[in-house]
Design a protein around this ligand. Structure first.
Ligand code: FAD
Ligand code: NAD
Length: 483
């Protein structure tokens, strides 16, 4: 008879591994099934985030930022370096070492918490049975009281620029773009979203001429548009060529290059030739081969596993978390869902606040937001007061040569409660977290304005934006009104 578990998690990305660890911490007998393996056939935990997503992209963003700073930023400080060079294979190797270290860390955490790590392809059968097929085709069926689906997402492939990683290293997805062994002279990117901007920045900093072809006529359409416009100005100044309303109609690999055909803003057909083309037009939930016909779990019209507010599926005892369910495809959103589900399985009343999930683009400067945008609140008819503050009036930002960008704070006009905060600027990822906490505690803009912030810090821009909601900012250049 096969082994029985209290909880079996399918998928070991940030949603799945966190669910598994939390369940084990709560005394539940837990296993985590993962299909990813290395060339030696050893299970690789950590999912997209650790292996081909958050962590490797940030490793390359960091390396390329250092190179770019040394190339363009040091002279101003009186530092000269002589001839600079970049060893791309060494940079990629460093990234791989970091990935291996982090992924090994998850395996270590599994051991420490007594989570059984099972290698193989998981399939949910009726009656909360999980069938696992290993690399050699051996099948084992496990029983569980609870199953947590955490199978994540994969890149969307478009027929006009199809990615086939086996055959082609010229048209690539985000995974291929983390593997380049030299700096492409001309780099095309389809989709000026989060991945396009982060990976576009990596290779632009190292010397690529980068063209982003974006189908929409609005840049970062989901973001607060005042911040999006400011961001586009900064990126354009950095050399990213962002072409909106550009609809790609075809691509052809010719030798070592790819010719991309697209319709421009005016509807005229254009052609551009690139050394590499990254396709990053979004991701889709991954549920291939995951359910037997009688498993009973429903998908929604977009292919996501259907869940309620607490990540329960239509089948009692079967849950789903992370990219495979509705909501933003973010590692921290999935991890938090994993915790909530583990605690609910253990009989606790955990829940998650989806209104305060931070969103960050790790470019330089970073772009970060939490809560609603001005456009969303206007559409909902909510009356708001808005405060903005530029980093160029913040001493620490000027001292650090990081004065591009601004903080925008939006508060309810009646209650002064903070409804959203949107930032483009230095350390935006950390600054926004202050407002995530503030919103969790129901803070007003006045609360933030009355809080003492250390000087000199970038975070003073957050305080000044909060003061500016009521026209009280102290260091505001070009003050228009004072109350
Ligand atoms: P995944 O991480 O996709 O993990 C799913 C796991 O399930 C995989 O290991 C897969 O092999 C396994 N699996 C699937 N099906 C089966 C099966 N049937 N049996 C067994 N195993 C299975 N998010 C952020 O918050 N911050 C960032 O900075 C960030 N950067 C990113 C950069 C890039 C380039 C990319 C591509 C993504 C980035 N993301 C980022 C998004 C983030 O990676 C995802 O939101 C996150 O990984 C989702 O976690 P998950 O656990 O739901 O799924
Ligand atoms: P995205 O949704 O951020 O951006 C895709 C862009 O492609 C959009 O602007 C869209 O309008 C455009 N697009 C779609 N079809 C197109 C077409 N045919 N031609 C031209 N443009 C087209 O998706 P992504 O950049 O692929 O990233 C996928 C997901 O991964 C994101 O939604 C995000 O949740 C996650 N991610 C997060 C981070 C982070 O948190 N820093 C980093 C990378 C990825």
């Amino acid at each position: 008879m096969s082994e029985k578990y209290d909880v079996i998690v399918i998928g070991s990305g940030p949603a799945g591994y966190v669910a598994a660890i939390r369940a084990a911490q709560l005394g539940l007998k837990t296993a985590c099934v993962e299909k990813w393996s290395d060339d030696k056939g050893k299970v690789v935990n950590g999912g997209t985030c650790l292996n081909v997503g958050c962590i490797p992209s940030k490793a390359l963003l960091d390396s390329s930022h250092r190179y770019h700073d040394a190339h363009d930023g040091f002279e101003n400080h009186g530092i000269s370096t002589g001839e600079l060079s970049i060893d791309v294979p060494a940079m990629i190797q460093r990234k791989e070492k970091i990935v291996a270290q982090m992924s090994g860390g998850i395996t270590g955490l599994f051991k420490a918490n007594k989570v059984a790590s099972i290698f193989g392809y998981g399939k949910l059968l009726a009656g909360k049975k999980v069938e696992v097929t290993d690399k050699d085709g051996n099948v084992t069926v496990y029983d569980a009281d609870n199953v947590v689906i955490a199978t994540g997402s994969v890149p969307i492939n478009i027929p006009v620029a199809s990615v086939n990683p086996e055959e082609n290293t010229i048209i690539v997805d985000s995974t291929g773009a983390l593997e380049f062994q030299e700096v492409p002279k001309r780099l095309g990117i389809i989709g000026a979203g989060v991945i396009g901007l982060e990976l576009g920045s990596v290779w632009a900093r190292l010397g690529s001429e980068v063209v982003c072809l974006e189908a929409m006529d609005t840049f970062l359409a989901m973001m607060d548009q005042q911040i999006a416009k400011e961001t586009k100005k900064i990126f354009t100044k950095q050399g990213l060529d962002i072409r909106l309303s550009s609809m790609v109609t075809g691509s052809e690999v010719k030798g070592n290059e790819v010719e991309v055909t697209f319709n421009d803003k005016e509807g005229n057909e254009q052609k551009e030739t690139f050394d590499k083309l990254i396709v990053c037009v979004g991701r889709r939930p991954f549920t291939q081969g995951l359910f037997s016909d009688d498993a009973g779990v429903q998908l929604d019209e977009r292919g996501f596993v259907k869940v309620d507010d607490n990540c329960a599926t239509d089948v009692a005892g079967v849950w789903a978390v992370g990219d495979v369910v509705r909501g933003p495809m973010l590692a921290h959103k999935g991890s938090e869902e994993g915790v909530v589900v583990a605690e609910r399985i253990a009989g606790q009343k955990a829940m998650m606040n989806y209104d305060t999930i931070p969103n960050v683009i790790y470019t330089h400067p970073e772009v970060a937001s939490v809560g609603k945008t001005e456009e969303q609140l206007k559409a909902e008819g909510v009356e708001v007061n808005i405060g903005t503050f530029p980093f160029l009036a913040i001493g620490r930002a000027v001292a650090a040569d990081s004065q591009d960008g601004m903080v925008k704070m939006i508060a309810d006009a009646k209650t002064d409660r903070i409804l959203g905060c949107h930032i483009v600027g230095p350390s935006a990822s950390d600054l926004v977290q202050q407002i995530v906490i503030a919103m969790e505690f129901g803070s007003t803009a006045e609360d933030i304005g009355m809080t003492v912030f250390g000087h000199p810090t970038f975070s003073e821009a957050v305080k000044e934006a909060a003061l500016s909601v009521h026209g009280h900012a102290i260091h505001m250049p070009n003050r228009k009104k004072r109350k």
